[in-house]
Write a protein that binds this ligand. Structure first.
Ligand SMILES: [Ca+2]
Ligand SMILES: [Ca+2]
Ligand SMILES: [Ca+2]
Ligand SMILES: [Zn+2]
Length: 329
């Protein structure tokens, strides 16, 4: 028993783990308020945002008084590092740099808790249970495609600050999840598209789990708030999970656009089986992926995972979703 305890450093670290309250958007003001007319207004904390703030509890903190914990450490080059004051994080709003830092900590930790509630790390293998580094800088995601290391996250401040939208944060965490499962995942067009699609899917799954459904914007809409800066039509969406793109004729050779073929298949599996079964089998399947997997091979692996976990009816639902997209015969 003594030896076993010595092999479990997590139990020692656990003593220092703590929690504290802080203020966030859940998941973003457009979705929380059902208002498509909100604009960035140069980061101003206008009165219409007041109803979108939520006081929540940050968990798994390391006790340092900073935004550092078991699953994420926040490193911001914009503004001073958020620091505990009187046992809580102050009620920062969107015009404070510390607000985005808190958002990054809260939503990465929430995404990991979502995976754990599915059984990853208890009844199933752990997924991405490492401390990722979340950086916030002036440019961030705009040049993220240049980064080799997808384990960590960088968020920028172009238009609406990226970290003001939980769905942008969780999308990026989706890349970290896949890298955690298959190191270096996403080296080709199709595997890269699967990566973008999974990030979009996870963004919706996590935020619906955390904030409830029905949602005040279409549930299939990703990044309702960040996309206000660069979309003219309403509802504002960076991308959607419920598009009609079909393989191969809708392939354009760009990972985000082609990802909408894959994400629609994931969305259909979720519609057929419900969030818990769908996300469990989708994530479980990803352990069998290779870094350069094709759509067809990944679809087969996902059907196999459905069969293994839930039997023939679930496998048939998964197969039907991929067949509808032209990804399986
Ligand atoms: Ca801001
Ligand atoms: Ca942005
Ligand atoms: Ca949304
Ligand atoms: Zn991405």
């Amino acid at each position: 028993m003594v030896l076993l305890a010595a092999l479990l450093p997590a139990s020692a670290a656990h003593a220092a783990v703590t929690s504290a309250t802080a203020t966030v958007f859940a998941p973003n003001p457009v979705q929380a308020l059902g208002r498509q007319d909100l604009t960035d207004a140069k980061d101003a904390d206008l009165p219409e945002f007041a109803a979108a703030y939520r006081r929540v509890t940050l968990t798994d903190l390391d006790g340092s008084g900073k935004l550092a914990g078991r699953y994420v450490v926040v490193k911001s080059s914009t503004g001073k590092a958020a620091t505990l004051s009187g046992g809580a994080f102050p009620d920062w709003h969107r015009d404070a740099d510390q607000f985005e830092q808190v958002m990054g900590y809260y939503w990465v930790t929430t995404a990991q808790h979502y995976l754990q509630h599915l059984g990853f790390g208890s009844t199933l293998r752990p997924v991405n249970q490492r401390q990722i580094q979340l950086r916030i800088d002036q440019y961030g995601g705009d040049n993220s495609f240049l980064r080799e290391d997808k384990a960590n996250i960088t968020l920028g401040k172009g238009g609406v600050d990226d970290a003001e939208d939980a769905e942008v944060i969780v999308h990026e965490y989706g890349h970290s999840v896949q890298d955690g499962q298959v190191t270096g995942f996403g080296t080709t067009l199709e595997s890269g598209a699967i990566g973008e699609a999974f990030g979009d899917y996870l963004a919706v799954a996590v935020t619906s789990w955390a904030t409830g459904v029905p949602t005040l914007t279409p549930e299939a809409c990703v990044a309702d708030w960040d996309s206000v800066s660069y979309t003219a039509r309403t509802p504002h969406c960076l991308r959607r999970l419920d598009g009609t793109k079909h393989y191969p004729e809708d392939v354009v050779g760009e990972v985000h656009a082609d990802g909408e073929i894959w994400s629609r298949a994931l969305w259909d599996i979720r519609t057929a089986l419900g969030d818990t079964k769908a996300t469990t089998l989708i994530v479980e399947a990803q352990f069998a992926f290779t870094p350069d997997i094709t759509f067809a091979a990944a679809a087969r692996a996902t059907v196999d995972a459905a069969q293994r976990l839930y039997g023939p009816a679930a496998a048939q639902a998964a197969r039907a979703a991929f067949t509808a997209r032209g990804l399986l015969p």
